[in-house]
Design a protein around this ligand. Structure first.
Ligand code: AMP
Length: 281
């Protein structure tokens, strides 16, 4: 398996592949890989001649220094996992200086209001940081397809919008959320939870399912209230938001509409912030 740490050798290698008309898939990650990430990698492998996986903890998307410092990381384990899938994967694992020359700060973007609510509201500048690093990676890798998880649905919509606005010649492939048997969405941050907190965290998925069950019989305010009341019974859970929003423009809705919608949730479980979402219809 090839592991590149600098841009120029990666680009030399990719140029060769492109000259041979190879189709390239790209999976951006921050490492601490789990089966959710691997499902994206496997999808890319099945649909492309070559797959590039980037592993880079992007400092500009963290709005909290401690969160960045304590973000789980184990590059050797990640490489072992990727190698176990295919030794043909191309890994890009740069240092910060390689991607950010000079100041480590996000660029400015117009996300057409997709960043107005939910993560955009509670994590200032988070999406500008994400879009900054994703733009850099898209520009230097020039892949044909990029794989993003629905686990981070708002991020996925923002990147779809970015591709359109910046006219990147790449197509985003949406990948479904991978969950553990009890419904907890896999996340690198789950590594920070102990056994009992992981169990309690399954209440987020239960809340989303409750919304899906009740969307035809209760109004959205009532659903929100019942979820908030129920979660307040757990001292380990601090709900940040529960929102039902239009799937396309991500605007919160108060009444059922004809267009597709999703429920979104963010909460601290024993001090660890988790997010999840579910399509309602
Ligand atoms: P991250 O390393 O958290 O930045 O995630 C990298 C990519 O993996 C993003 O496109 C995520 O949406 C995706 N991803 C993370 N967790 C999951 C999951 N449980 N199921 C599917 N995709 C996921």
């Amino acid at each position: 398996m090839l592991v590149f740490r600098d841009i120029s050798t990666l680009q030399n290698h990719l140029r060769n592949l492109k000259n041979n008309n190879k189709i390239i898939g790209f999976v951006p990650t921050m490492g601490a890989l789990h089966k959710g990430h691997l499902s994206l990698v496997n999808k890319s492998i099945s649909q492309n001649d070559s797959t590039v996986v980037s592993i880079f903890i992007n400092p500009t998307q963290f709005n909290n220094v401690d969160d960045l410092k304590t973000y789980p990381s184990d590059i050797n384990k990640d490489l072992e996992l990727l190698r176990s899938i295919s030794d043909k994967i191309i890994v890009f694992n740069p240092e910060s200086d390689e991607l950010y020359s000079g100041d480590i700060k996000p660029d400015q973007f117009n996300f057409n209001e997709l960043d107005r609510y939910m993560e955009g509201e509670f994590r200032g500048n988070h999406f500008a940081g994400v879009a900054t690093v994703v733009s850099k990676l898209f520009s230097l890798i020039k892949a044909d397809y990029a794989y993003f998880g629905e686990k981070d649905f708002q991020q996925l919509r923002i990147i779809e919008n970015l591709i359109k606005e910046k006219k990147f010649k790449i197509k985003l492939i949406r990948c479904e959320t991978i969950r553990s048997e009890d419904g907890l969405a896999l996340s690198s941050r789950n590594n920070k939870l102990n056994f009992s907190s992981k169990k309690i965290a399954t209440n987020l998925f239960k809340a989303l399912n409750f919304a899906k069950e009740k969307i035809d019989v209760l109004c959205i305010d009532e659903i929100q209230q019942k979820i908030s009341d129920n979660l307040s019974n757990f001292k380990e859970i601090e709900l940040e938001y529960f929102v039902v929003a239009d799937e396309k423009n991500l605007k919160p809705i108060k009444h059922k509409q004809a267009e597709k919608c999703r429920a979104f949730i963010a909460a601290y479980i024993s001090g660890i912030r988790l997010i999840d979402n579910l399509k309602l219809y």
